[in-house]
Design a protein around this ligand. Structure first.
Ligand code: CTP
Length: 402
């Protein structure tokens, strides 16, 4: 979960600073990119050389690099960060943070940081228990900062008292859990249809379409990546799923897809209808292979259930339903009509006119139309990236109060 995350590790002047090297190594091992920022007294306890060789980045501790005069921008650092972790945090630094005393690079960075802040205090028991420290910690909590309570447990309190910095493994776990549960679709169940449907004529023939299922499968991966549990109902395609949070039901016909989707819909928070469902199926399916007769043959078709429209009818408050549309004329108007008719929250309009978009391709170009607001155009790019953009839009929508 820490993979690719940008973390500022703030190190202050505590004896626990030696543990920061191990903490840094653990963060790097989990795939995080770490920028170390030290207070001047932090450097008395651990050398920047150790930390910069572990992080692969020069340590920042002054506003300017001494010999080149290069300015370190705390604002840029604050924007770069996905999290600011101050470990160990001394009583002095906690006090400065609580009161906005920005007399060093770390506290200055803290003040301009938009990312979540984690503070792991480290001091002796008396300092920790002092009303002043406790009041400062309460102030940090009231600013929305996360205080990583010092290590407790019998052994710890017996040996050094409460006030000892939490163990690096635990700190990393706390950060990991934070990112896991702060994903845009954490705790959400998403139902997705993908691919074509095949409507049997006889044991060897069917009516189908050219849908590859790639867009629906990309959406399943993007939703899982965003923290959702995904149920993917897939028509006949030769694609695999990768993410462990994706369950899959394989179906062939629209009728089977309809049944599978209905059985899952009640427990879903979001349903994305990406399948190219055949609108019609042969009225009768022959048990035996139809023979060539030399005469005209009429295949009578009956309408298939409209899965998206049925979900629209059953939609509960809070459920979000997304459909796709492929139009050849008056695209936006037709898409909007479809959105209304099927009671969708969004409709994703596939562009048929653009090269590199649509069936079979690995890239797509779409416009996401919601009930409110302007249509959102997603330029032509790989389907997995288009899927991530669509999931972003859905994630923002479901987190709003509706
Ligand atoms: N859809 C569905 N079940 C169907 C047909 C369509 O769930 N039997 C869904 C598709 O997955 C898509 C949306 O409805 O999300 C729009 O599909 P489309 O085929 O463009 O719309 P239709 O209602 O079939 O309209 P038309 O073919 O007349 O344009």
């Amino acid at each position: 979960m820490l993979k690719g995350k940008h973390i500022i590790l703030g190190i202050t002047g505590s004896i626990a600073a030696y543990k920061a090297a191990y903490l840094l190594r653990l963060l790097i091992k989990r795939g995080a990119e770490v920028q170390v920022v030290m207070t001047p007294s932090g450097k008395e306890f651990i050398t920047p050389v150790t930390l910069s060789s572990l992080s692969g980045k020069p340590v920042v501790s002054e506003f300017f690099t001494a010999n080149t005069g290069e300015w370190h921008s705390h604002v840029d650092l604050g924007l770069w960060a996905d999290a600011l972790l101050i470990a160990p945090a001394t009583a002095a630094t906690i006090g400065k943070m609580a009161n906005g005393i920005a007399d060093n690079m770390l506290v200055t960075t803290y003040l301009s940081c938009k990312a979540p802040v984690f503070v792991a205090p480290a001091m002796d028991l008396d300092m920790y228990a002092h009303a002043s420290t406790q009041r400062n910690l309460d102030m940090l909590r009231s600013y929305g900062n996360h205080i990583i309570e010092p290590a407790t447990g019998e052994l710890a309190s017996h040996l050094t008292g409460k006030g000892r910095m939490e163990e690096p493994e635990k700190i990393v776990e706390i950060l990991d859990r934070f990112f896991e549960t702060s994903k845009p679709l954490s705790g959400k169940k998403v139902l997705i249809t993908a691919g074509p449907t095949y409507e049997k004529i006889d044991p060897v023939r069917f009516i189908g379409n050219y849908s590859s299922g790639k867009m629906g499968f990309a959406l399943a991966e993007a939703c899982a990546e965003a923290g959702a549990e995904v149920m993917l109902v897939a028509g006949p395609v030769s694609l695999k799923t990768n993410h462990s949070s994706i369950d899959r039901i394989d179906v062939e016909s629209a009728e089977e897809m309809y049944r599978a989707v209905l059985s899952e819909y009640d427990r879903s928070d979001i349903a994305i209808m990406c399948a190219a469902v055949a609108d019609y199926a042969p009225e009768t399916v022959s048990d035996v292979k139809l023979k060539r007769t030399g005469e005209d043959r009429i295949l009578r078709l009956r309408p298939n259930p409209d899965i998206a429209a049925e979900l629209g009818r059953r939609k509960r408050p809070g459920q979000c339903l997304v459909g796709f549309a492929l139009e050849t004329n008056d695209e936006e108007m037709n898409a909007r009509l479809k959105m209304e008719k099927k009671n969708l929250d969004f409709i994703v309009l596939n562009s048929l006119r653009d090269a590199g978009a649509g069936f079979q391709c690995d890239t797509n170009k779409v416009t996401v139309i919601g009930k409110q607001g302007e249509p959102m155009e997603i330029p032509c790019k790989p389907k997995i990236e288009v899927a991530a953009d669509i999931v972003d839009i859905i994630g923002r929508y479901v987190s709003e109060d509706r």
